[in-house]
Design a binder for this molecule. Structure first.
Ligand code: TRP
Length: 355
């Protein structure tokens, strides 16, 4: 695993600390929005899959970013359901609530409270430069976008800095938000008192970019992809297999990784490699002279083998909402212990009178 491993003393520290003091492992933190009925290969292979491995070497905080999901129009019933589905999927993919703190963002009010303080540190022009805001507001025009959408990256900075993590594992598209987070941390430290350490993005290069199956020049995304361009983890496995078999390739026959000349084939190779752990070179050799039919057929099988048990595990978790909600409640309690301490420091340094 290409994760930067911390020194062994952290491991020992954690073993000793397990039942009493907070763990000495360095923290990582990440979040995902509950905006869809299922994670797709873009967010799974590009981000959440890496979260599972991080549990061995870090003290992870993973949350469902429901506050972020109301920055665009949403359906309240769907939001609640999707929040549970997102949590169930995290657990189904191997996030272990004994080793990771898994929670729902709105269960920890400190996120919104710290965001307000950070709003006061962010200039209008700075927020305006965020490319995600530009993209997301482009459809209906900037004037129609919510103020919350504008402040989205500032809330994200609060999410992160509350837990003082060392790394933030995210997809490439979040890099700019991480930079803003570091800027705000630094600004707070200068203006008031050193409070935050600067978190580093943790972006995995090989799997960070999964493309649309039908338009491989574009990234796979819920908002931009057509239904046939996107593979959803909770979809009927037969449907996903069919999407893989009908993925756009090119008029050539060679299974070779070349993102510029062969974006479709390269994307399928990336997915194949990510799901099986086989290297791209190995796959290129294995399909040398075989053509796209065999290649896509095999990948379709690989996908079915992966999504079938994943879907079963997620369903089992969703069938027991009391158990699932209990896990999230315990997660939120643990998260609040850390978040409340940070917020208390911040409030004190800003000059708020103690309640
Ligand atoms: N903006 C992130 C995304 O769309 C989700 C997110 C919200 C996040 N808060 C975060 C990711 C804090 C990492 C850390 O993917």
């Amino acid at each position: 695993m290409p994760y930067p491993g911390p020194a062994n003393r952290f491991r020992a520290g954690r073993m000793l600390a397990m039942s009493t003091a907070p763990t000495a492992l360095p923290r990582v933190l990440s979040g995902i929005q509950p905006t869809a009925d299922s994670f797709h290969f873009g967010n799974y292979l590009g981000a959440t899959r890496q979260w599972v491995a991080l549990q061995d070497e870090f003290d992870p905080f993973f949350f469902i970013a429901d506050l972020h999901s109301i920055t665009m129009s949403h359906d309240p019933k769907l939001l609640a359901q999707r929040t549970r589905v997102a949590a169930a999927q995290l657990l189904a993919m191997g996030i272990d609530p004994e080793r990771s703190t898994v929670f729902v963002q709105s269960h920890v009010p400190e996120h919104a409270q710290l965001a307000w303080v950070f709003n006061s540190l962010t200039s209008f022009g700075e927020a305006r430069r965020m490319t995600q805001f530009k993209d997301k507001s482009a459809k209906e025009g900037e004037g129609a976008a919510s103020v919350a959408l504008f402040a989205y990256p500032i809330l994200q900075a609060a999410d992160i800095l509350l837990y003082r993590p060392q790394y933030v594992p995210v997809g490439e598209d979040q890099r700019q938000h991480l930079e803003l987070t570091r800027d705000l941390a630094q600004r707070f430290n200068h203006r008031y008192k050193k409070t935050f350490k600067l978190p580093e993005p943790y972006i995995l290069k090989e799997t960070a970019k999964i493309s649309d199956l039908q338009q491989p020049e574009k990234k796979m995304s819920k908002s931009a992809s057509s239904p046939t361009g996107i593979v959803e983890l909770l979809d009927d496995p037969k449907v996903s297999a069919k999407k893989i078999r009908s993925a756009v390739t090119d008029s050539d026959t060679e299974v070779r990784f070349d993102e510029t000349a062969k974006p479709g084939v390269s994307n399928l190779l990336t997915i194949y490699s990510a799901l099986t752990g086989r290297s791209i070179e190995d796959l290129e050799k294995a399909y040398d002279g075989k053509g796209y039919g065999d290649f896509k057929g095999d990948l379709a099988d690989v996908v079915v083998e992966f999504v079938t048990p994943f879907r079963d595990r997620t369903k089992a978790l969703l069938d027991d909402p009391a158990e699932l909600d209990g896990i999230l409640k315990r997660g939120a309690e643990r998260a609040r212990e850390v978040a409340a301490r940070t917020l208390a420091d911040v409030y004190d340094r800003v000059g708020f009178l103690k309640a």
